[in-house]
Structure formats: structure tokens, C-alpha cells
Ligand binder design. Structure first.
Ligand SMILES: Cc1cc2nc3c(=O)[nH]c(=O)nc-3n(C[C@H](O)[C@H](O)[C@H](O)COP(=O)(O)O)c2cc1C
Length: 469
């Protein structure tokens, strides 16, 4: 540990050191991670039509667990029974989904890999469905969105429906604990329903869930409070949280146009989200998983070159759903890829460690650990972000399983450091096996009365485990 600065707190152990920071273990809320790399949420069609995970789920997750990552964060698992988004993605909206997920989580853990289950609900930005149904349009307010969601118009949830949404998150969180996962993450990002409440353009409500910076936080505040109560104080609980919304990216048409203009073009910015983050810490959140952007996918949250072929495929796969989906498919099919890249693909560009500087801002204010997401494809980029204390861990979507995994598995941490093969397999840029995984996924295109009011205390108001330790 020579030359290293070591700082220990109840929230974790932070080491700022040179090149091997990546392999330094890290602890959050009693959960020990063998190194600093997490496999970020990566969705796929790994469930039956009702949302029960199929064997594909555990095979998919184990494939990543075997690469030596410290933990995997599951794809977003839906807490809502009706929103089938995307189709054949897992659900946790009922107790009968617990047992099959428990079996898969156990197998991942037996590989020495931590398993965090991420919960979320796409709200009115549901990407696919079996039929176009009303549940898929329900969101925070009545909005028009030309790109996200396969319907342009959303219908506001009633106050009672919002209260039931809180309860759905709370009950799904209880199920995550019953499953035996190592931790729970709730996504308040990606333009999904919680994010729709936080964002000033999509939240035009005038009840207690909207109307000011503080009221827009009400839904998330109630969810975090209820979840913490039901899972207890000892269970690892993090929030995937956007640093900035960047409403302007990608090019889209959103209505209504709201004032001030800053709200319309940018959504919440860093200063506003830092206020929210401090409140999340106060409510008992154990870590923040920082990304940025508003919508899945978007150029800031998914920093990469524009995947026009994937967009086309996705558009064609949902073209039967409704008029919007059909028109989108008709438009995107004939545009030559080269032209699409420079028009529809405006703003899509790979940026290494795209959100690491944002992560640093969150590390400096709340004192809980921060995971940075986006654009971590190279070892030196990861090492630099860790060494510069921009984040405590990184999460990346594609951790490739290289062609000779048997050489790289069953190794202890020391051997991992010496093994360029394993390192390669963990840090392989998207392009080999990682690219195959990516191509197999759908890619989105076009696109309580009586309860105590929640108040912010913000600034003004307030195979085989490669690295088994
Ligand atoms: C195919 C695919 C599926 C994804 N599924 C999810 C998901 O279910 N939930 C989520 O929060 N993020 C999801 N993401 C976003 C990733 O977790 C990650 O934030 C993003 O890809 C940026 O990281 P990267 O630069 O390492 O790719 C997905 C990304 C891809 C490419």
C-alpha cells in the first residue's frame, strides 16, 4: 500500500493510488466488492411474456459474472404489471417473480460476483408493448414527445395513481431483498417515470408532485423513504441518478415549450441535481450511480457513435404497434446510413469517461460513494478516473467475454494483476464478444391524499470467479 492514500469510513474504503486502483477492493454498506468494475445494466429479452425470467437471464448474467467484474447491476426490472417495456424483459411486480430470480442471483453469487437488482418503470416512455394500450401512455403530465415512447402523447397519472406507483416500488424493493440480492438500485434516470417527475418539461403537475424544484422530488423522496423502511437500514440501496438532463440531445420535439428556456433546453442541471443528491443521502441512499441525459437511449448516457442499423431494426420490430411506430419505420428505412449519422445521429459521439467529471461533483458534495457510468472502455481511462478520485467505482455496459476465458478464470487478485489476458477480457472495447451481445438487444428509437407531504431539506429549504477475495 506504499504511496497510497487510504481513507476509511463507514461508507467504504477509498484508495487513491497509481495503476492498480482498479483492483482495490471496495466496501459499500457492508458489501465487499473485489475490484472497482461493475457491469452496468444491460437489458435483453431474457424473460417469458409475463415477465418471469427464463434460463436466458441467468446464462446472460453469469457470462458477465465470469469475466471478473466485482458485481453486476441487472437490467431495469419493471415494477409495473401492465407496462410491457420492453417486451420479454423481467418484472418484479408480484411475489411469484421472486423464486426464478432468486435461483439466477444465487448462481451469479456463487461465481463470487455481487448482484445488484435495478428497479425502474419507463412510465410514458415505454418502448414496446404487445398492443398499444393506455397503461403505456401514463406519465407525469400530458406531453408530446416525437422520439421517445411509441406513442407521442402521454396522459397524466392521477394523484392516486402516483401514490400507487410509490407502493409498487416499495413492494418490488421488498422482493429484491427476499430474492437475496446483494443490493438494490432504483433508476431515477433514463427519462423513465421518476425522471419524468424530476424533469421540469415533463412534470407540469400542480398537485403535491409538481410545481417547483422541491415538489418534483416528492415522488422520488416518497419512494426512497418507503423503500428504506421496508428493506431495513442494513440493505445496500443506491440510486441511478442523472447529473444533467441535456434535454436538447438528441434532436427531438417536446411539447409544451416551457419557461424559463433553460428548463426547456437543459432540464435539470448540475446545481439542481446536487440539491436532490444531498437529499437522497439524507434519506439513507448508500450510493449514487451517476450518468446523464434524458431518455433511453441518449447521446450523453450512452456515449457512442450512432447505431443507425440497430435503430432501423428496432423501428421495424415495433412498426405494427401504432401509427407513430409505422411512420417512424417508414422514415428511417430509406435514409442512407451515412446521411442518418450526420442528421438523426447529431450529438452521438464516443467520449471516454463521459460522465466522470459529473461524478466528481457528486463525490464532493454528498459523502456517499459514487459510481460513474459511460464511456469506460480502456484500462487507463478507468485508472485515471479512480486515481483522480472522480468516482469510487465505474460501471460499464459491455464487459466482453474473450475467446479464451478458461485461461483467465479461477484466479486470485494477484494473478489477475499479472494476467494481461483477463485484463483484456474485462476491458475489451466493444467490438468483439461485446458487440455480439449489443447487436442482440433491442434499441429504442424515435423514438396519497392523507399522506404527509414530503419536504426537501435542500440548500434553501431545505466460472468461476476470477477475483474471489
Ligand atoms: C443493449 C443495452 C441495454 C441496456 N439496458 C439498460 C437497462 O436495462 N437499464 C439501464 O439503466 N441502462 C441500460 N443500458 C445503459 C447502460 O447501462 C450504460 O449506462 C450505457 O450503455 C453507457 O455505458 P457504456 O459506455 O459502458 O456503454 C443499456 C445499454 C445497452 C447498450
Amino acid at each position: 500500500m506504499s504511496g497510497a492514500i487510504r481513507k476509511e469510513r463507514d461508507v467504504g474504503t477509498i484508495r487513491v493510488a497509481g495503476r492498480d486502483a482498479l483492483f482495490e477492493p471496495f466496501r459499500i454498506k457492508g458489501v465487499q466488492f473485489a475490484n472497482r468494475i461493475l457491469r452496468s445494466s444491460m437489458g435483453g429479452r431474457t424473460a417469458c411474456y409475463d415477465g418471469t425470467v427464463s434460463p436466458a437471464w441467468r446464462h446472460f448474467e453469469k457470462k458477465f459474472a465470469k469475466t471478473g467484474v466485482a458485481g453486476i447491476i441487472s437490467a431495469t426490472i419493471d415494477i409495473d404489471e401492465k407496462r410491457l417495456s420492453p417486451l420479454e424483459y423481467p418484472k418484479l411486480s408480484d411475489d411469484h417473480f421472486i423464486a426464478p430470480l432468486r435461483a439466477g442471483v444465487k448462481e451469479v453469487q456463487q461465481l463470487g460476483c455481487r448482484c445488484i437488482i435495478q428497479l425502474g418503470d419507463p412510465g410514458g416512455r415505454t418502448q414496446t408493448s404487445l398492443f398499444s394500450q393506455k397503461a403505456d401512455t401514463q406519465a407525469t403530465s400530458a406531453n408530446f414527445d416525437l422520439m421517445y415512447g411509441y406513442r407521442n402523447r402521454t396522459i397524466p397519472m392521477t394523484t392516486g395513481e402516483v401514490e400507487r406507483e410509490v407502493e409498487k416500488f416499495v413492494q418490488a424493493a421488498r422482493r429484491v431483498r427476499d430474492i437475496g440480492a446483494d443490493g438494490l438500485e432504483i433508476t431515477a434516470s433514463k427519462g423513465y417515470v421518476i425522471h419524468q417527475f424530476l424533469n421540469p418539461v415533463t412534470n407540469r403537475r400542480r398537485d403535491r408532485y409538481g410545481g417547483s424544484l422541491y415538489k418534483r422530488f416528492q415522488l422520488l423522496g416518497e419512494i426512497v423513504t418507503g423503500v428504506r423502511q421496508i428493506i431495513g437500514r442494513d440493505f445496500l440501496f443506491g440510486i441511478r441518478f442523472p447529473a444533467e438532463d441535456h434535454n436538447y440531445a438528441p434532436i427531438n420535439l417536446r411539447l409544451p415549450i416551457v419557461f424559463p428556456r433553460r428548463d426547456y433546453w437543459f432540464g435539470n442541471m448540475l446545481d439542481q441535481n446536487l440539491i436532490y443528491a444531498k437529499e437522497l443521502e439524507r434519506l439513507g441512499t448508500n450510493y449514487l450511480h451517476v450518468d446523464s441525459g434524458f431518455g433511453f437511449s441518449n447521446p450523453k448516457g450512452n456515449p457512442r457513435d450512432y447505431l443507425y442499423d440497430g435503430i432501423r431494426l428496432f423501428a421495424n420490430s415495433i412498426r405494427h404497434l401504432n401509427t407513430k411506430a409505422t411512420i417512424t419505420a417508414i422514415i428511417v428505412n430509406p435514409i442512407p446510413t451515412a446521411i442518418a449519422r450526420h442528421t438523426l445521429g447529431y450529438g452521438w459521439k464516443f467520449k471516454p469517461a463521459a460522465n466522470a467529471d459529473y461524478a466528481r461533483a457528486f463525490k464532493q458534495n454528498p459523502s456517499i460513494p459514487v459510481i460513474s457510468n459511460g464511456g469506460f472502455q480502456r484500462q487507463d481511462v478507468i485508472e485515471n478516473a479512480l486515481a483522480a478520485r472522480k468516482c469510487d467505482m465505474i460501471a460499464r455496459a459491455a464487459v466482453a467475454c474473450k475467446s479464451r476465458p478458461s485461461q483467465n478464470l479461477r484466479l486470485g487478485p494477484e494473478r489477475v494483476r499479472q494476467s494481461p489476458h483477463l485484463l483484456q477480457s474485462m476491458l475489451e472495447p466493444v467490438g468483439s464478444a461485446g458487440a455480439r451481445v449489443l447487436r442482440a438487444q433491442p434499441f429504442p428509437v424515435a423514438g396519497r391524499d392523507g399522506a404527509a407531504d414530503y419536504r426537501l431539506s435542500g440548500t434553501t429549504d431545505d466460472g468461476e470467479n476470477a477475483v474471489s477475495a
